[in-house]
Design a protein around this ligand. Structure first.
Ligand SMILES: Cc1ncc(COP(=O)(O)O)c(C=O)c1O
Length: 386
């Protein structure tokens, strides 16, 4: 179809997207279209990217070392690997008590690079239907057979495994831990039971959990003390860690296969030293954010109570709090209304979420105060119950 027609179609169906020119002005606020807005649309769950003290401390360390390298200028397999990478991978592997960690340039790179490298047409991948687009894009690039099971429907997953397990060599179960759009949390013990029953690999994407949940903020699997049962744990640095990049923790042999076969690791320039150093700096301080994680939990529970009192529809049980509006147009109108009242909130519509489940997605951080959230819910409730 002609591009202009495609664009018009997106506009007609309230699915048109555009890049916003936003200025980040600190303390959780942004400036957009000349207005100062409280940002409720960021994954900065424990406030690291708003934390001026941390960034100043990092910069003064950097000044002392006088090591400013802003580009690695090569793929990691050529000359783009360096000792800060090794140091960070060792730090992460040790924290998770796993053999190895491997850093990718982003969660998108990791999710599109790991499963295609680890599977062949003799293998099967079972993936939760609400898994993130980066997982879905990875599945499109595998030679394996892919089955998507209903979100959290572990009986269906059991049935698929019962029917198919013996026809395949390696079988992977893939799930997020904290789901990015619904804010609900996987039952990791059910997945481990199935992994054991059918002898599968378990791949858990903790993008929205790392930093925010569990001992030292290492995620749901760590919190549930089941790391040893997970074959591949993926975490990202771009969300609660306030940096850029991603890691997988896994076995030595899986890491070796990934280094040899993972195209999104091999055919891209390594991350700049400065980012890896910043991630290391944050990782070494993860234990200092216990109070932020506690505050985040308290705030999420309070917000969910307020939403329930207003009889609005929400799902999940984490700091990602969606308010389901259903209709694309209504969702955009609410987001506009909130903008006028000083809140930057994302209107999430298909194809990011299934049709008919458009939503206002409130993404909390530990520095927010409950009065603001109360006000946001009031605005949404007034509009919906007009
Ligand atoms: C569950 C999940 N996995 C992976 C990613 C991709 O991570 P990154 O932003 O580092 O590419 C995201 C990003 O939104 C995500 O929500």
């Amino acid at each position: 179809m002609n591009y202009n027609k495609q664009i018009q179609l997106l506009k007609d169906t309230d699915q048109y997207r555009y890049l916003k020119d936003i200025k980040h002005i600190g303390n959780g606020y942004v400036e957009y279209k000349g207005r100062r807005l409280l940002n409720l649309s960021s994954n900065d769950y424990i406030g690291i990217s708003q934390n001026k003290e941390l960034s100043s401390e990092f910069i003064s360390q950097l000044n002392k070392s006088n090591e400013y390298i802003f580009g690695s200028a090569s793929s990691r397999l050529l000359s783009g690997n360096y000792n800060e990478y090794t140091k960070l991978e060792n730090t992460i592997a040790k924290a998770y008590q796993k053999d190895c960690a491997l850093i990718y340039n982003s969660g998108y790179h990791a999710n599109t690079g790991v499963l295609p490298a680890l599977t062949t047409k003799k293998d099967l991948i079972l993936s939760d239907k609400l898994n993130h687009a980066s997982i879905v894009d990875g599945l499109k690039q595998t030679d394996a057979t892919v089955i998507r099971y209903k979100h959290f429907d572990y009986s269906q997953l059991d049935q698929y495994l019962e029917k198919n397990r013996n026809n395949f060599e390696n079988v992977f179960i893939v799930s997020e831990s904290v789901f990015s759009m619904d804010g609900d949390i996987v039952d990791i013990h059910r997945l481990i039971d199935l992994k054991r029953k059918f002898n599968c690999f378990l791949y858990i994407d903790e993008a929205h959990a790392v930093g925010a949940i569990g001992n030292l903020g290492l995620g749901v699997c760590k919190k549930e003390n089941v790391i040893k049962d997970i074959d591949i744990v993926l975490g990202t640095f771009g969300k609660a860690i306030g940096s850029i990049g991603a890691f997988v923790v896994t076995t030595k042999s899986i890491k070796e296969i990934l280094v040899n076969k993972s195209r999104t690791l091999i055919f891209t320039t390594g991350l700049p030293h400065i980012n890896i150093k910043w991630t290391q700096f944050i990782f070494e301080r993860l234990s200092t954010f216990e109070n932020n994680r506690k505050d985040l939990l308290i705030l999420s529970n309070k917000l969910r109570t307020i939403i329930n009192e207003k009889v609005l529809k929400t799902i999940g049980n984490s700091y990602i709090v969606p308010i389901i509006t259903g209709d694309n147009k209504l969702t955009l109108e609410i987001s506009e209304l909130l903008f006028n009242e000083g809140y930057f909130v994302s209107a999430v519509r298909p194809p990011t979420v299934p049709k008919g489940t458009s939503r206002i997605r409130l993404s909390l951080n530990s520095n927010l105060n409950i009065d603001d959230l109360q006000q946001v819910v009031k605005i949404i409730s007034n509009k919906i119950n007009l």
